[in-house]
Write a protein that binds this ligand. Structure first.
Ligand code: CND
Ligand code: ZN
Length: 366
């Protein structure tokens, strides 16, 4: 079938909105009509050439839609089901999948790096030449073929544009607080970077019962949003040194410090903001080849530094829970959507993200 998609050809060049060929779903795959796909900073890293990606490639990894057709052997969904797309394809059989860490799936990781489906081939093409799929989602397109394991069925009264945000930013952020850090009630938290993902770390920490949540950003309007999402204190790092400010506000350091930007300097700041016995959690994706340097003896203070991939998502457990929280009025999603764009204006959406104008923009096909 023909689909309309935003195609990445090379860094520093706008995405091209054009018609591509999409094959029917093969065994164990699902064809989804995309309803909406959020614009995440990870995609901007690819566009800026900071993280390599096979090309040409259809970007977009924060999507939701409606199942249109299923391939042979698919039993989990049927046409008409509403789904969120997981951006971490999982095989269900490797040791990571077996221990309940499908976000680290061996074969999913390979497929993501190669820009393919789990079998190493693409369903997208142009003039007979393969076009790659970002994260086996390729959500900036009218339709997507994805592995069965990448679809998460959700209730049909959940608005699909809100559901799309759960596909990356909300799962990644809330999951980093709840699954990775396991934020304890009454604890102190700092979050560096209050964009689409960082705001969700803040609301995840608030849901977990953190007492103090210190938001750090360079932009005052992001810090205002951070307060709406549960921050109790804010630090504008363009005006004051953030480590000193956070230590002052938290009596010497926080229990959990999250880095949600993707820069070695801010990773170091997060580490320095954590108190003795505290934890720094790296959520941001840094430019490929970046390194962080840490003071060696501080580890004797039992500080931990860890990463968080997709908020430790177990998609079919966590995403329906996030949907329930939203429907119960306990999770903010409406407030995350700053702007809605049609696919044709996707480059404007990326420019707005680059300029720090938005919490999240959504490309809508509705
Ligand atoms: P977005 O651009 O929306 O937010 C970044 C925020 O950081 C903005 O509000 C900036 O103003 C702020 N900022 C920039 N520099 C500084 C600084 N020096 N000090 C304080 N604040 C600063 O990005 P996003 O929220 O979409 O994504 C954030 C990161 O998370 C990014 O690196 C993305 O690639 C990564 C990510 C990781 C994962 C995962 O699985 N770990 C999933 N999705 C995205
Ligand atoms: Zn993302």
């Amino acid at each position: 079938m023909k689909v309309k998609a935003a195609v990445f050809y090379r860094p520093q060049q706008p995405l091209a909105v054009e018609e591509l060929d999409l094959e029917e779903p093969r065994a164990g795959e699902v064809l989804v009509r995309v309803a909406a796909c959020g614009v995440c900073h990870s995609d901007l890293h690819f566009l800026d050439g900071l993280v390599p990606l096979p090309s040409p490639c259809v970007l977009g990894h924060e999507a939701a839609g409606v199942v249109e057709r299923v391939g042979e052997g698919v039993t989990y969904v049927q046409p008409g089901d509403h789904v969120i797309l997981s951006f971490a394809p999982a095989c269900g059989r490797c040791s990571y999948c077996e221990v309940g860490r499908p976000n680290l799936c061996t074969y999913g990781g390979r497929a993501m790096a190669a820009g393919t489906m789990l079998d190493g081939t693409t369903r997208l093409s142009r003039d007979g030449q393969p076009v790659y799929h970002e994260a086996a989602v390729a959500g900036f397109a009218t339709h997507a073929v994805v592995p069965e394991a990448s679809v998460v069925k959700i209730r049909e009264d959940m608005p699909l544009d809100r559901a799309a945000l759960i596909g990356c930013g909300v799962m990644t952020g809330v999951g980093a607080a709840i699954n990775t850090a396991k934020v304890q009630p009454g604890s102190d938290v700092a979050v560096i970077g209050c964009g689409g993902v960082g705001l969700n770390v803040i609301q995840g920490a608030a849901l977990a019962g953190a007492a103090r949540i210190i938001a750090v950003d360079l932009l005052d309007h992001k810090l205002e949003l951070a307060r709406q999402f549960g921050a109790t204190d804010t630090v504008n790092a363009s005006r004051e040194e953030p480590v000193t400010a956070v230590r002052r506000l938290s009596a010497g350091g926080v229990d959990y410090a999250f880095e949600v930007i993707g820069r070695p300097e801010t990773i170091r700041q997060a580490f320095d903001m954590a108190r003795r016995g505290g934890m720094a959690i790296v959520v941001g994706l840094s430019p490929s080849g970046s390194h962080v340097s840490l003071p060696a003896n501080i580890f004797l203070m039992e500080k931990t530094i860890t990463g968080s991939a997709y908020g430790g998502a177990r998609p079919r457990v966590d995403m329906p829970r996030l949907v329930e929280l939203y429907m119960a009025g306990k999770l903010k999603l409406d407030e995350l959507i700053s702007r809605v764009y049609p696919l044709e204006r996707i480059n404007e959406a990326f420019e707005a993200l680059r300029q720090g104008e938005v919490a999240r923009s959504v490309i809508s096909f509705l």
